[in-house]
Design a protein around this ligand. Structure first.
Ligand code: OAD
Length: 243
């Protein structure tokens, strides 16, 4: 409990706490990470399924793979980490959550100010016009087509080789620059440009906290490293909040 008490003390005294999350925050919800021995990239070659070129080469193959992700994401629920982060926002301590995840679980847990730098699998966008659609089931026909212009629809997520959504990235940098406490949860910190965010926060003088059961490329710059699984650690935080 000592670490959770220390964490909560720092967060309560903060002026502007910001959270950055990666795949690790959703592991205890049943969503796999990308890297590591059970990670998605150990089963699926990203060059075949997750790049801009792969989608241009064979959109149906990439779509079918993304559809499996949509199916999983529709079934999973937020864990204690998502719930506690949302609670810390509703209490006014956490000002925003920047996530590299595309699983919608922060919003499902109640977080309001979520910045999705890699998009969201439950939103489709037209490959030709500005049409967007929120989905709550896997489309019946893959690929689906735009009801406005007949071009192909695709999940509104960032594939390797594609630019990040400009507005989200801009907001992410802005929020990161304002933070005096920056909480990094469950990311390996190797995918650019998101991996730059903790460095930006550090450069602006923020106190950096990392929650990850494994040491990452970010660990060397953090001020407080919490060597725990996110769901387990945030359960302790929730207990303290409700005591
Ligand atoms: P990674 O798969 O690279 O890293 C997941 C991190 O989560 C690792 O550092 C693990 O140690 C940690 N982890 C595992 N279980 C955890 C738990 N229970 N609690 C806390 N941490 C845990 O995933 P990301 O860093 O999110 O991008 O990957 C970044 C980007 O690379 C993704 O958004 C995706 C991917 O390719 C795109 O697809 C554009």
């Amino acid at each position: 409990m000592k670490l959770a008490e220390n964490f909560l003390d720092i967060v309560r005294k903060s002026r502007y706490a910001v959270v950055l999350t990666g795949a690790g925050v959703s592991v205890e919800s049943g969503v796999p990470t990308f890297r590591g021995k059970d990670g998605l990239w150990s089963k699926y070659d990203p060059d075949e399924y997750a790049t801009k070129e792969a989608f241009e080469r064979d959109p149906v193959k990439v779509w079918r793979w993304l559809a499996m992700g949509i199916e999983l994401i529709l079934k999973v629920e937020p864990n204690m980490a998502h719930i506690a982060i949302a609670e810390l926002e509703s209490l006014g301590y956490v000002k925003s959550v920047i996530t590299q995840n595309i699983d919608n679980l922060h919003q499902k847990a109640g977080s309001k100010n979520v910045i999705e730098v890699h998009g969201n699998t439950l939103r489709l966008r037209c490959t030709a016009c500005s049409y967007r659609e929120i989905i709550n089931m896997v489309p019946n026909n893959i690929p689906p087509y735009c009801p406005k212009c007949d071009a192909m629809l695709r999940p509104d997520v960032v594939l390797f080789g594609e630019a990040l959504p400009y507005e989200e990235w801009d907001r992410a940098v802005d929020e990161t620059s304002k933070a005096d406490v920056y909480i990094v949860v469950g990311t390996s910190g190797v995918v650019m440009p998101a991996a730059m965010l903790p460095l930006i926060a550090k450069g602006k003088g923020a106190f950096i906290i990392e929650i990850n059961p494994e040491v990452t490329s970010i660990t060397r710059i953090v001020d407080l490293y919490i060597d725990k699984k996110a769901g387990e650690f945030f359960s302790e935080v929730m207990e303290l909040l409700s005591s």
